[in-house]
Design a protein around this ligand. Structure first.
Ligand code: GLU
Length: 289
């Protein structure tokens, strides 16, 4: 089957070995199937995204021998589309404006009747603003998805067995079911529009992947959990459902995942050390095997 793949880096730093692995995997999959490969620059966060990194991404991918089909998509140009889709979810009665600050959320979670168990749990929003109407919305509000309303929207629990996604990556290979309990227990009422940027990573990714006709999403395993949210949004917005391939993450000698902040693993550093592209690919493969 022909696959349409993409590489979607955020221009907040130089690409490292892990990015090279990800981009090459997606690109090769599109090549072997005579499909298409697109580049999407995820520059929604205007304070952290820098033009210099976008230029560097293009240069580094070229140097890896990766080419892509036009056009390059810039998320910063697509705000009206995200707003339009968000309005749809608002009209469906599934959202509410949230005025809580990070501090408010933290404090409400520290209340004695809400013990913090597990790392994720303390980040789950307790639903303080759930009953706030849009008539009370002010400029600085975020917009959240009311997860408990989602079940009603689908007409009850019986709908959920159909809400699946197929993972082709090595660690979580198989079909995964999205259930209200899982969504509530792991994510709660997720932010669909951040107050500063008017959208969110989750919303933008599903809208863009559908717009670009992506049939398989290749990306790092660290984003696997978000796929449950993405699958839900795809269903609500009636978008086509791709498959997902989450690849293993490349780690440093201490077992820590590579970060853009660590200059020793950037492609630029490796090239400067005299490594060629094949050697870089070989290191990447060795790191995860
Ligand atoms: N922009 C994300 C990153 O650089 C990737 C998002 C995705 O592939 O869905 O980590």
């Amino acid at each position: 089957m022909t696959t349409i793949e993409r590489f979607a880096p955020s221009p907040t730093g130089y690409l490292h070995l892990g990015h090279a692995y990800s981009a090459l995997m997606a690109w090769r999959s599109s090549q072997t199937t005579k499909g298409k490969f697109y580049l999407r620059i995820e520059d929604l966060d205007s304070t952290r995204s820098k033009e210099q990194f976008t230029i560097a991404i293009v240069e580094d991918l070229n140097r890896l021998g990766i080419n892509w089909d036009p056009p390059v998509i810039y998320q910063s140009n697509r705000h009206p589309i995200y707003t339009e889709q968000l309005s749809k979810l608002i009209r469906m009665g599934l959202c509410y404006p949230c005025k809580c600050t990070r501090k408010d959320i933290q404090e409400s979670l520290e209340a004695p009747n809400m013990p913090l168990t597990g790392q994720n749990r303390k980040l789950i929003y307790p639903g303080t603003c759930r009953n706030r109407p849009f008539s009370e919305m002010t400029k600085g509000d975020a917009i959240r998805l009311n997860i408990s309303k989602v079940t009603d929207y689908f007409g009850g629990l019986a709908y959920f067995p159909n809400l699946n996604f197929t993972e082709l990556g090595p660690t979580n290979m198989g079909v995964h079911r999205v259930t209200p309990d899982f969504l509530q227990g792991n994510f709660g009422d997720i932010v669909l529009a951040r107050k500063d940027i008017g959208t969110s990573y989750h919303l933008a990714v599903v809208i863009d992947d559908a717009y670009m006709g992506i049939t398989n999403v290749t990306r790092g395993e660290d984003i696997f959990d978000s796929t449950y949210i993405h699958r839900l949004l795809i269903e609500l917005l009636e978008l086509p459902v791709p498959t997902w391939t989450h690849h293993q993450l490349i780690r440093d000698e201490a077992g820590k995942r590579l970060a853009k902040r660590t200059p020793s693993w950037t492609l630029r550093t490796l090239w400067d050390k005299g490594l060629n592209t094949e050697e870089i690919i070989a290191i990447a493969k060795k790191q995860i095997s």
